[in-house]
Design a protein around this ligand. Structure first.
Ligand SMILES: Nc1ncnc2c1ncn2[C@@H]1O[C@H](COP(=O)(O)OP(=O)(O)OP(=O)(O)O)[C@@H](O)[C@H]1O
Ligand SMILES: [Mg+2]
Length: 338
């Protein structure tokens, strides 16, 4: 069916007006294209406001086809990621609409104690709120704290620095609705004390998201904490973690939310290959085993360097980006480039 040939009889207008239009040989909506509401009102002797209501029903833009190039250009205008304030890190996850931590996917940061996982989680909870005018997505955050390391004083510090950053970099942004109070109120904080609470929360997470469509990032800091020592049955643990992964994947995809998972590192012992004495070597690997490794879309490994201030981030796994290394630092203001 030719959409431009839709009959005017399909419009929601009274039969007198329809008759007047037909008398003027206006049979389908394409024939109305040559009229303005004022001109039509004059021609068929109806109030302009009534003519306008006819045109409101015909949104020509909606029925025009769109070329592949236009589609691509429109895609480019969308922002589908959260910036970290470390450009080197953002650039590692580059796509058509992505430059930073992607919405709709699970991104995992694994690293030893003190490397900056919690700092990164706080920075993302703040940065997800950056106004659209300043290349942000103006969303809200959920922060799930399993370790008790979410320090409100530090959140305030990072939030204040982010507000200053926006003021400096976007002097044309005069609206002061992005401020410390708004930032703090847009972070929903959950403290989880044991693995039962963690499972229960993950199971009801979707309800929170349905009640607030502005939530665009969920940080879990950390996923492993309650699943490491206390678990006697490894198969039960794998089963629970698989279930958690399924729920998180569904939430990320269905609601276009960035799920950011912090994970610890653990020592793995394995037999050294090609060693006649068959000695064991130890490797530092992300906690929770290989099965959990499939849960995330992107996986980063954080580590120290010889310089105390500079930390290294390695993109170990990504479906559409090559492996790579970047450097970042944790400053008084939060996560920053080196
Ligand atoms: N105000 C600040 N100024 C500069 N650096 C800071 C500040 N606050 C924290 N840091 C840095 O962040 C580090 C702590 O990072 P963070 O707590 O995020 O580590 P983590 O990876 O979450 O560790 P864990 O596995 O123990 O939870 C500190 O060691 C310090 O180097
Ligand atoms: Mg931490």
């Amino acid at each position: 069916m030719d959409i431009f040939n839709r009959s005017i009889t399909t419009l929601n207008i009274n039969s007198d007006i329809k008759a007047k239009l037909l008398k003027l040989s206006i049979c389908n909506i394409n024939d109305l294209k040559y009229f303005t509401p004022t001109k039509l009102a004059e021609e068929i002797n109806i109030p302009v406001i009534l003519a306008e209501s006819i045109f409101e029903q015909i949104n020509y833009d909606n029925i025009k086809p769109i070329s592949g190039l236009e589609l691509y250009t429109n895609e480019l205008k969308k922002i589908n990621s959260i910036q970290t304030f470390c450009k080197a890190l953002d650039n590692m996850l580059e796509g058509v609409t992505v430059n930073g931590i992607p919405l709709g996917k699970i991104t995992e940061f694994c690293g030893p104690p003190g490397i900056g996982k919690t700092q990164l989680g706080i920075q993302l909870s703040v940065n997800v709120q950056i106004p659209k005018m300043c290349k942000g997505i103006e969303g809200k955050a959920i922060f799930i704290d399993t370790e008790g390391s979410f320090m409100i004083e530090r959140v305030i510090q990072i939030a204040n620095s982010t507000v200053d950053y926006i003021k400096e970099n976007y002097p044309n942004y005069k609206n002061d609705s992005f401020n410390l109070n708004s930032i703090l109120s847009n972070i929903q904080y959950f403290r989880v004390h044991d693995f039962q609470e963690q499972i229960a929360l993950i199971n009801i997470l979707e309800n929170y998201i349905i009640s607030d469509s502005m939530i665009k990032v969920i940080v879990i800091d950390s996923i492993a904490f309650h699943f490491r020592q206390t678990f006697s049955s490894m198969s039960l643990r794998t089963q629970i973690l698989n279930n958690i992964a399924q729920i998180l994947m569904k939430i990320a995809d269905k609601y276009n939310i960035a799920i950011v998972i912090m994970n610890q590192m653990t020592m793995k012992f394995q037999r050294m290959k090609e060693d006649p004495a068959n000695k064991e070597e130890s490797l530092l690997v992300p906690a929770l085993g290989e099965s959990w490794g499939h849960a995330s879309t992107n996986r980063f490994i954080l580590s120290t360097t010889d310089d105390q201030m500079i930390r290294k981030i390695f993109l170990q796994k990504s479906p559409n980006n090559k492996q790579g290394i970047a450097y970042y630092q944790i400053t008084n203001d939060g996560v920053r480039d080196v």
